[in-house]
Design a protein around this ligand. Sequence first.
Ligand SMILES: Cc1cc2nc3c(=O)[nH]c(=O)nc-3n(C[C@H](O)[C@H](O)[C@H](O)COP(=O)(O)O)c2cc1C
Length: 194
Amino acid sequence: MDKFLQEVAPEKAYRLLNLGATCFVSAAFNGDGDVMPAAWNCALDLAPCKCTVVVARDHYTRPLMEKSGYFAISLPTVSIAKVVMQLGSVSKNDVKDKLEQSDAKFFKLDGFDMPLVSGCAAHLIFKIIPEPEMEQKYDLFLGECVKAVADSRVFRNGHYYYDASNQDLRTLHYVAGGHFYALGEEVLVPGYDD
Ligand SMILES: Cc1cc2nc3c(=O)[nH]c(=O)nc-3n(C[C@H](O)[C@H](O)[C@H](O)COP(=O)(O)O)c2cc1C
């Protein structure tokens, strides 16, 4: 596990997703794993934290999710933007060593098989809540968070903290092609501490 990763309290995990960042979806089944970026992910509930993510039916990652009943969401940072494009422009349907061919470094969290990409701001593991109609009709998956960890250099006490020292760890926000924005400036509204 990356040395800066620390456990996030379950009731604060939804905040990791509130930035609306582009994520990686990771899944594994029977020793076979894959990772793909997904811009279409969204927090859905507070406690337990839930999320939705769109994973198209032709992606290799999808049956790994369906068969294992689990997926992970990780939040890649500016430092690995190139890896996002590598894992998002090749399918493991076509290239069996897609992960090995990329520049990504992988690790696993204890008790979970899916390959997680090093250099992310946070990783959340979700157990799929089956919604067959939604999955078939919209390629939309719903999950309940069973574990969350975040890089303590950017997320502590339920909040993200960015300054001049950790600009490379800003989350990525996808437009199209190879075009992203990095997370922008903090805006604080006094009187609403939480
Ligand atoms: C930045 C980015 C965001 C993407 N967002 C999504 C998404 O939200 N849902 C989706 O199904 N595919 C999305 N894709 C496409 C898949 O990540 C891509 O087709 C990937 O190669 C599938 O890999 P796989 O077949 O090995 O699972 C995105 C691609 C990129 C580059």
